[in-house]
Every structure is written in structure tokens, then in C-alpha cells.
Write a protein that binds this ligand. Structure first.
Ligand code: UDP
Ligand code: MG
Length: 138
């Protein structure tokens, strides 16, 4: 069944001008981009997006990072999109990510790891409407 997931090119990868290469990898791996926008989150918006991590030690640093510059937010559609995009992203820590994954290629460290992806249907159902109205998904 066709599935949707939320993908973000994080501020580190936008600033280093790797967005085009990442988008190319998404398309060549069979994902359709059905929504796309550039945004610059405030710290407060980043805290809302990552509310699930509010008790974690990295929450403050993560939300400062995610609001430091523009991001590119996309909704991807594909069979099994959530799991397949997590595989293409690679492990959270780029040092542990497999060769050929986005985080291995473009991530710097466990925080500045180039991309975000929904980790479950439940998180996709929170994250997609956080950024997109249904009418913006085509
Ligand atoms: N993160 C961090 N330190 C950690 C774990 C995570 O800075 O020890 C950051 C990193 O940017 C990560 C995000 O917080 O992508 C969300 O963490 P999560 O565990 O959900 O990892 P993900 O789902 O992004 O792989
Ligand atoms: Mg996560």
C-alpha cells in the first residue's frame, strides 16, 4: 500500500548545499515528492515538532540546531515509504550509518546528521500535518 512519510533536509545539509544531491537520491530510490517547501523554524516551532524528545538531554541543543537556518521539508510517497526512507537515511549517528546512506554521505555527527524521517505511521500522522495541508499534497 502506498505510504507517506515526512522528510526534512536539516539546516546543516541545506547550508552545505547538499540538498540537490539528497533530493536526487530520494527520486532515484523510487520516492515521489508530493509536497515540498523551504522553511526556517523558530526555536519554539522546533520544540513543538520534536516534543516527543522533550525529556531527552539533547532536546535543547537539537532544537537550537533545527532553528539555526533554513530547512527543506518534503512529503514522500512510495510503497513502504516510512521503513524504506529510514533505511536510505541510515543510522542516527553518521559514524554508524552504512555506506551509501544519506547520513553516511552528508552527516557530520549524531546531531548534525543531514536529514529527518518519520519513524512510524503515528509519527508521520503528526509530522505531515505539522507542515502541510492536505491540499498541498499532489
Ligand atoms: N540527536 C542528538 N543526540 C542524540 C540523539 C539524537 O543530537 O544522542 C538528534 C539527531 O539530530 C536526531 C534527532 O535528535 O536525528 C532525533 O533523534 P532520534 O532518536 O529521533 O533519531 P532519528 O529518528 O532522527 O534517527
Ligand atoms: Mg526520530
Amino acid at each position: 500500500m502506498l505510504e507517506r512519510t515526512l522528510a526534512i533536509i536539516k539546516p546543516d545539509a541545506v547550508a552545505s548545499k547538499n540538498a540537490g544531491k539528497i533530493i536526487d537520491m530520494l527520486e532515484s530510490n523510487g520516492f515521489s515528492i508530493i509536497g515540498m517547501k523551504k522553511a526556517h523554524l523558530t526555536k519554539e516551532q522546533a520544540k513543538k515538532f520534536y516534543i516527543v524528545h522533550k525529556e531527552r538531554p539533547f532536546y535543547d541543543s537539537l532544537t537550537t540546531f533545527m532553528s539555526e537556518g533554513p530547512i527543506i521539508v518534503m512529503v514522500l510517497e512510495k510503497e513502504n515509504a516510512i521503513e524504506d526512507y529510514r533505511k536510505l537515511m541510515g543510522a542516527t549517528n553518521p559514524e554508524e550509518a552504512e555506506e551509501g546512506t544519506i547520513r553516511k554521505m552528508f552527516g557530520t555527527n549524531i546531531e548534525r546528521n543531514a536529514v529527518h524521517g518519520s519513524d512510524s505511521k503515528e509519527s508521520a500522522n503528526f509530522e505531515i500535518p505539522f507542515f502541510f495541508n492536505e491540499l498541498e499534497l499532489v
